[in-house]
Design a protein around this ligand. Structure first.
Ligand code: SF4
Length: 369
């Protein structure tokens, strides 16, 4: 019965969108890997009128994690013999190294390093508590929703031997960078509901207020995404631009006060490098000086030389940088589905469950010559 209701809801929402008097192309960007997965797996793109383009934008934290951070994590595991724990999809992300050298955490593990996949910060704490004689480094890469639990873990207290190699990013500055550029590449925005749950919807108000871009916050399910799509299309047709919260059951003004307070206590925000994109102002979470004794960047040698920081951020031939910025679709990369597949990933967008290339190829989307 519940499924029938949901299908009816979806159909009704699609009909409302199809009834709009749309003219010309309208490009709607999402900035959430979960949104992109729902859009692609549900077949929403093909169900919408041809004039609507849904563009995957910077919504995959693993894809934008800078190469030097992954390299640093690999070297800590190999050279400092730490127990290196990281979320599972980070283990297979490759870095650019000469042939024969270890190019991922998974390869480091195969070579004998103690690299362990984890699913939550609580697991990192447990591993550290169970191995008090060994240093444990938690390589924590992610957006706000992933970084907030890391902050909570630090605030609540962690074993002395646990430190964090933090590669946390804020999503809105990447969208601000696109909008401040010459061609943002989209006409409307669907903002990430789960980020807004933590940080508050207010963070996204600059998109309509400063840039006149119709915007709506959506959850992961198809109904919510269609509601947000309808909202931004209506705004576009009526020449309006405001931020519509289409996920009100979860997203509240001000976000989650506890999570925000923990983020402010344990982290500070500064400019940060995004793989393939470069430095974006005020886009990175760093460990707050009060927690310096748990900052792996301060406790261990820095193996990522400047040369690596400037090195080609993506592997040769990989178009992840343009995919992440919504400049091309995943299946327009020449390596898509041939040299680069989920089993043989060349770029990070083919590794993570939130990577657009992996989502598209796993869903059967073919290479577009
Ligand atoms: S298909 Fe592979 S090589 Fe091409 S952009 Fe995607 S991840 Fe990079």
């Amino acid at each position: 019965m519940a499924t029938t209701i949901r299908m009816t809801d979806v159909k009704a929402r699609l009909e409302r969108i199809r009834s709009l008097p749309l003219q010309g192309k309208i490009r709607i960007m999402n900035v959430c890997g979960g949104h992109e997965r729902s859009v692609t797996l549900s077949g929403m793109r093909s169900a919408l009128p041809d004039s609507i383009e849904i563009i995957p934008g910077p919504g995959c934290p693993v894809c934008v994690c800078p190469e030097e951070d992954i390299y640093q994590a690999i070297q800590l595991a190999l050279q400092d013999e730490v127990i290196l724990v990281a979320f599972g999809d980070m283990l297979r992300v490759p870095v650019n190294v000469p042939k024969g050298e270890i190019r991922s955490l998974a390869e480091a593990r195969a070579a004998g390093a103690d690299v362990r996949p984890i699913a939550s910060p609580a697991e990192a704490r447990q591993i550290a508590a169970a191995n008090p004689q060994r240093p444990v480094v938690f390589f924590a890469a992610g957006f706000e929703t992933t970084t907030a639990p890391v902050a909570a873990m630090l605030v609540e207290g962690v074993p002395e031997n646990l430190s964090v190699l933090l590669s946390g990013r804020l999503t809105w500055p990447a969208v601000a960078m696109l909008l401040d550029g010459e061609d943002a590449g989209f006409d409307c925005l669907i903002a990430p509901g789960h980020v807004a749950t933590v940080m508050g919807p207010e963070e996204w108000a600059f998109v309509p207020d400063r840039h006149g871009i119709p915007s709506a916050i959506a959850g992961f399910n198809t109904e919510s995404l269609l509601t947000a799509t309808y909202s931004v299309l209506r705004q576009h047709l009526e020449g309006k631009a405001f931020l519509d919260n289409c996920y009100p059951s979860v997203v509240r003004d001000g976000g989650n006060p506890d999570a925000r307070s923990q983020l402010t206590t344990a982290m500070r925000v500064d400019a940060a490098n995004w793989r393939g994109i470069g430095e974006i102002p005020a886009s990175g979470f760093m460990i707050h000086p009060d927690y310096a004794k748990h900052d792996a960047r301060l406790r261990f040698p820095d193996y990522a030389a400047d040369q690596r920081r400037r090195a080609g951020q993506m592997p040769p031939g990989c178009d992840c940088a343009r995919v992440v910025l919504g400049k091309i679709y995943p299946n327009q990369c020449k390596l898509y589905g041939s040299a680069c597949t989920p089993r043989t990933p060349i770029g990070p967008c083919m590794v993570s469950d939130e990577g657009a290339c992996r989502i598209w190829l796993s869903s059967g989307v073919e290479y577009a010559a």
